[in-house]
Design a protein around this ligand. Structure first.
Ligand SMILES: *Cc1c(COP(=O)(O)O)cnc(C)c1O
Length: 438
């Protein structure tokens, strides 16, 4: 029998003694290190790594491995709220707040007297400073939790729960997340009124029964109806609801406090409150540009009712959310706002500098708000244009760069890229163009 080369694969004990393994053990848990060793030994058994290279391969893989596999990505798509990239990137202030919150913090402690205090007081104050028409606020885990809590807590109070909603607002928000399914899963009935394109005040009025708990108005963030359509204004709905002693819940989705000239059709928290909504719901990580959060703003009586509901405890925001949200609200700018209001002339200059250095073209390219609202609103801008085949190496290099691929082109849009990363993009593009030419 000839010697089996697989016998030459180093044993686990020998590999565990490697200096690289010793070094990695300060960063990585023992089971992670063993997992890498087993993987490389298996690769050697299948002939993908030669036995002589096993030790070096283990060392290399361990050096490259971090305790989290999440990798930073430069968003070169021009889509500002990119769901697959984690929605809103946080401001410097919010990032610092996360680091602070990572240790012991005075989350529910008043340091002046050493007594227990209410959690989230400062984040709440920061929200109320921006939403002057709100009397009180509550922060939960995300927008879906805010909607579940509001519909459940407000309608259960009336016995058999039912919430009235227009058929034009029965939307699917993200892949597989259907708003009506969410509400019904909480045991709340939906009384659907009107049609997909037209709903009138009388439709709502006709649906009110003794079992109605609330009227719900939802902003269909990711689509819009053109042509022959009609929806009821918040103010009219508020009057109707209040005439019947019912609360009006308005889910604006995006978390814009006041109107923005770039997004004229986007509903705002301020307007919904002014128009009489009893509670307004929004996400923290869309146009507000903060961490994932569900924000509820409205009348004291309603907010207190929601805060007392058992679900409020299940949905409550953690210390990271509270810290990052407060810091987002109390600092002057967010990356989302910056990308939304980017100076197109400056975007052109930045794109040209990179393109000219590499002999590439700059083309007109429209950015998008993305998952956070502004459905269909084009944001005029520019992109560096390459052949589609360059998208793969761009995504798979360090740093990872996600371009937009459209019509056979790989488009690198700098709208959502911090200026400080322009050189990293230039260097990666240069490297992949050279590899391609070789
Ligand atoms: C995004 C959105 C939600 C869900 O919010 P999450 O923070 O993603 O849970 C609910 N309603 C509307 C109108 C939305 O746009």
């Amino acid at each position: 029998m000839s010697a089996d080369p697989r016998r030459a694969i180093p044993s686990t004990d020998r590999l565990l003694a490697l200096p690289a393994v010793q070094a990695a053990s300060t960063r990585l848990a023992p089971h992670v290190i063993r997992g890498v060793i087993t993987d490389v030994q298996n690769d050697a058994r299948y002939g993908e790594v030669s036995p002589g290279e096993v030790a070096a391969t283990v060392s290399q893989r361990l050096e490259a491995l971090q305790p989290t596999r999440l990798s930073p990505v430069l968003n070169a798509t021009g889509v500002i709220i990119h769901t697959n990239l984690g929605r809103a990137p946080l401001s410097e202030a919010a990032r610092n707040a996360l680091v602070t919150a990572a240790g012991y913090v005075d989350l529910e402690l008043d340091l002046r007297d050493g007594k227990r205090s209410r959690r989230g007081t400062w984040a709440k104050a920061a929200l109320l400073a921006q939403a002057r028409d709100a009397e009180d606020a509550l922060i939960v885990n995300n927008g879906a939790a805010a909607l579940s809590l509001a519909t459940t807590a407000l309608s259960v109070a009336r016995g058999t729960p039912a919430v009235i909603i227009s058929r034009g607002e029965l939307v699917e928000i993200g892949a597989g997340f259907r708003l009506p399914d969410l509400i019904e899963s909480m045991g709340v009935q939906l009384a659907e009124v009107g049609t997909t394109n037209r709903t009138y005040l009388d439709d709502y009025r006709g649906a009110i029964t003794d079992w109605t708990g609330a009227i719900l108005k939802v902003h269909p963030s990711n689509y819009w109806i053109g042509g022959f359509n009609a929806a009821v204004e918040t103010k009219q709905l508020a009057d109707l609801a209040h005439d019947h002693g019912l609360p009006l819940i308005v889910d604006v989705g995006s978390g814009l406090f006041t109107s923005d000239h770039v997004l004229p059709g986007e509903p705002t928290i301020a307007a919904a409150l002014r128009d009489g909504a009893d509670v307004v719901l929004a996400s923290g990580d869309k146009l507000l540009g903060g961490p994932q959060a569900g924000i509820l703003l409205g009348k004291t009586r309603v907010i207190e009712q929601l805060a007392r509901h058992p679900l409020a405890r299940a949905f409550r925001a953690d210390k990271f959310t509270l810290a990052a949200l407060e810091a987002t609200l109390n600092s002057p700018d967010t990356p989302v706002q910056h990308a939304l209001h980017v100076d197109t002339a400056e975007l052109h200059t930045r794109s040209l500098r990179i393109a000219n250095a590499l002999g590439l073209a700059v083309v007109a390219h429209e950015g998008r708000v993305g998952g956070g609202g502004g459905a269909g609103v084009p944001l005029a801008g520019w992109a560096i244009s390459l052949d589609e085949r360059f998208a793969h190496p761009l995504r798979n290099g360090r740093p990872a760069i996600l371009p937009r691929v459209a019509d056979g082109r790989c488009l690198v849009d700098l709208r959502c890229v911090p200026v400080a990363d322009d050189d990293a993009i230039l260097q990666r593009l240069e490297a992949i163009l050279q590899e391609d030419a070789a």
